[in-house]
Ligand binder design. Structure first.
Ligand SMILES: Nc1nc2c(c(=O)[nH]1)N=C([C@H](O)[C@@H](O)CO)CN2
Length: 123
């Protein structure tokens, strides 16, 4: 049976312009991202000499959750997650599916975690 490969970035925090309400506009707020990327056809074996081109650079996941989001104001964090998914699909045609979990840290009063998870298969 073939292997499957999932790349993961967990608990990465980055400030993003997002929010529905007027008090949320004008300055970015911290979001916590956890992203999983399902990768098509990994090689049969990863040997010591296997090059990075046989996989996907996990630093690309950080890029998708930070610089790639730019200074755009995203009303909903769903739109942030959508942008992350599309960035990852565009980067590499071997990306089959992406799951993005976002926690809006500014909402937490007693360590509760409020946010969303978006899963998208390549269309
Ligand atoms: N499903 C969502 N619900 C809400 C969002 C959101 O982005 N997705 N955002 C807000 C406000 O901006 C919130 O962070 C402050 O009340 C409310 N609900």
């Amino acid at each position: 049976m073939a292997d499957s490969l999932t790349l993961e970035l967990a608990d990465f925090e980055h400030d993003v312009h997002t929010g529905i309400y007027s008090e949320e506009t004008g300055r970015p707020q911290p979001l916590r991202f956890t992203v999983q990327v399902r990768f098509r056809c990994p090689p049969e074996r990863f040997v010591p000499e296997t090059p990075l081109s046989a996989s996907k650079n996990y630093m690309d996941l950080k890029f998708a959750c930070s610089e790639a989001l730019g200074d755009t104001h995203y009303q909903l964090i769903e739109a942030v997650a959508d942008h992350v998914c599309e960035t990852l699909f565009l980067q590499d045609e071997r990306v089959e599916a992406v799951t993005v979990k976002i926690v809006k840290l500014a909402l937490s009063e007693a360590d509760e975690k409020i946010g969303i998870t978006l899963h998208r298969d390549r269309r």
